[in-house]
Design a protein around this ligand. Structure first.
Ligand code: UFG
Length: 345
């Protein structure tokens, strides 16, 4: 079996990707420091796939621990690097945490790839690198805009670090995946997003409000230059997103990548905040109380992907409808609440 190292493999996108990798016959080893995830995710992955991935609690910035881990697993053929801090607001308050976590871990990983002759890297980037694009839908060749947060900057710098390293090391190859807004959960409702404290992102806030955990959702602005005045995003199903990683890994292993390739992973369709709320209410039959408040600082007005390059080159396309994706998010939230109640009794 081909062994793949997944950093951040117990996180939201990481755990869904581990499931898809295992279902496709790869052997997965995970390192994660559990800073924003739960060890029980391993049980859930095992429940879905019948296989418990190898796991070690390691912080990717710990070069020695990572070296020891990779020495033990000296047959790793590719790395998917998810492990990173991802809260935009927190990154503004504590930039050095973001620069050290996100960039040290990446530099260390690339050094380890050199040391241990691991050729293939899939990197989690974000549509945040485009800022507010001049043209929509946005393609991969759109100019990179000044980052609006230290978090966004770590993705831009991360991409540059990878490109420079790959160009200097002809044996190394990378696929950079720029995610739009991942939402939803696995169809089994065994894994999903586990926000820490008050959610920053729209969907967990919507589902927690629907579940009665939050009084109301704050819609950040209805005076944008969009049809209903609220911001527009490209919401992509997390399982669809996970599947793109499996394709990317295989493309690297098949030696189809010359040096670095960069792909947008989105649906190609933009939806407003108010459309998401309305659709969620329609498909679940549950009301989401909300109120319009001021704009959130740093928000982009509208962004959605042109996914044609990924469609053509990776042969990947988002498959799930937003309706089914919202249903999956709700099923996951309900399961979380049920588990919480059971553990209290
Ligand atoms: N929103 C609300 N109320 C909330 C939360 C969000 O109205 O309580 C709105 C936001 O204003 C935005 C939309 O919902 O218009 C989506 O917001 P998210 O926070 O879910 O997602 P963002 O698009 O702001 O952020 C995402 C990723 C980041 C990434 C960024 C790049 O979470 O990692 O895209 O634009 F940096």
């Amino acid at each position: 079996m081909t062994k793949i190292l997944v950093t951040g493999g117990t996180g939201y996108i990481g755990s869904h990707t581990v499931v898809e990798l295992q279902n496709s016959g790869y052997e997965v080893v995970i390192v994660d420091n559990l800073s924003n995830s739960d060890i029980q995710v391993l049980d859930r992955i095992e429940k879905i796939t019948g296989i418990r991935p190898v796991f070690e609690n390691i912080d990717c910035t710990d070069f020695m621990a990572m070296t020891n881990f990779i020495e033990k697993h000296n047959d790793i053929k590719a790395i998917i690097h998810f492990a990173a801090s991802k809260a935009v607001g927190e990154s503004v308050e504590n930039p050095l945490l973001y620069y050290s976590n996100n960039l040290f871990s990446l530099v260390h990983l690339l050094k380890l790839m050199q040391n241990f002759k691991i050729s293939n890297l899939v990197f989690s980037s974000s549509c945040t690198v485009y800022g507010q694009p001049d043209e929509l839908p946005v393609t991969e060749s759109a100019p990179i805009k000044p980052a609006l947060s230290p978090y966004g900057n770590t993705k831009q710098i991360g991409e540059e670090i990878i490109r420079d390293t790959i160009y200097a090391n002809p044996d190394m190859k990378s696929i950079i995946l720029r995610y739009f807004n991942p939402i939803g959960a696995h169809q089994t409702a065994e894994i999903g997003e586990l926000p820490n404290g008050i959610p920053n992102n729209l969907l967990p806030f919507v589902t927690q409000t629907a579940a009665g955990l939050r009084k109301e959702l704050k819609v950040f602005g209805d005076d944008y230059d969009t049809p209903d005045g609220s911001c527009i995003r490209d919401y992509i199903n997390v399982v669809d997103l996970a599947k793109a990683h499996v394709i990317a890994v295989q493309r690297l292993l098949d030696k189809h990548v010359r040096d670095v390739e960069t792909f947008n992973l989105g649906t190609g369709r933009g939806l407003s905040v108010l459309e998401i709320i309305k659709t969620f209410e329609e498909v679940t039959g549950v009301k989401v109380p909300y109120k319009i408040v001021d704009r959130r600082e740093g928000d982009i007005e509208k962004v959605w992907a042109n996914p044609v390059y990924a469609n053509n080159v990776l042969g990947w396309k988002s498959a799930e409808t937003v309706e089914d994706t919202l249903r999956s998010a709700w099923a996951w939230e309900q399961k979380l609440q049920m588990n919480r109640k059971n553990s209290q009794n």
